[in-house]
Design a protein around this ligand. Structure first.
Ligand code: ATP
Length: 235
């Protein structure tokens, strides 16, 4: 079966700087793929290229049978590829509901906002309880849930989650990963970016390891011990 998302020899960077080189992998529908690597290895760049926020300088990208190499980010989004970016990515001075309304007006249109809110509160009941609270006063974990709720509303085929656990206390990280597991069970495929590999490997079916912009491992997920040799720079 053709993968839901595939990268073929993709390179990309910022100006003259090449951040990733000849990256190739496929993500199977219904599975989770963890993209692992040290700080600066190129994980976020791979994520941005997948959702077309950064243009590849060479190689090709496919999503759900479409060649998306030349496609604009909003068209890729419409095909069902959602990206929860690194960081908190919520408007701190707006309430939970206002944050969601802003997003849903764009993604669902004015008439879809009400239904969107209902679905978001069903998926993330805590956000429903806190809907009148400003996003800046939410806990770190709740802010990540809000960022997820913003992109999950139209049932994407693939969710790219970039370091959702960054800076969170261990118990909250567990909650974030429970949510990701639920999202996967409900049929959305996952591309998870993590520096802390334990949780990611529990959820992931497959793994891609990046070292200095290149892949050192593409294959099934193993235990953190078995994976760690691939995370070491080869010198
Ligand atoms: P982190 O875990 O720190 O986010 P990462 O593996 O996601 O790291 P990237 O963010 O993809 O790595 O960065 C890869 C390389 O590209 C790094 O050397 C980084 O400094 C550089 N880089 C990232 N974003 C930009 C940008 N907007 N402009 C210039 N260089 C960038």
């Amino acid at each position: 079966m053709a993968p839901l998302m595939a990268l073929e020899q993709v390179s990309a960077g910022y100006g003259p700087f090449r951040a990733i080189f000849d990256v190739s992998f496929g993500l199977r529908e219904g599975t989770a793929l963890a993209l692992l690597g040290a700080n600066g290895a190129g994980k976020t760049t791979v994520a941005r290229v997948c959702s077309k926020l950064v243009e590849p300088t060479s190689g090709r990208l496919y999503f759900d049978g479409h060649d998306i190499t030349e496609m604009a980010a909003h068209d890729v989004r419409r095909l069902g590829l959602a990206h929860a970016p690194e960081g908190r990515s919520v408007f701190a001075t707006l309430t939970v509901e206002e944050n969601l309304e802003l997003e849903f007006r764009q993604s669902l249109g004015r008439s879809g906002v009400e239904d969107g809110l209902l679905r978001a509160y069903e998926m993330f009941p805590k956000l429903g309880e806190r809907r009148k609270q400003t996003a800046g006063t939410l806990s770190g974990g709740e802010q990540r849930m809000l960022a997820l709720a913003r992109v999950m509303v139209d049932g994407p085929r693939l969710l790219i989650a970039d370091e959702l656990s960054l800076g969170l206390a261990p118990l909250i990280v567990n909650e974030v990963y429970e949510t990701l597991a639920r999202i996967k069970d409900e049929g959305t495929s996952l591309l998870i970016i993590e520096q802390h590999i334990g949780h990611a490997l529990d959820l992931a079916d497959d793994v891609v390891v990046l070292v200095r912009g290149g892949t050192t491992y593409v294959g099934p997920a193993f235990s953190p011990d078995q994976m760690s040799e691939h995370l070491m720079p080869s010198g």
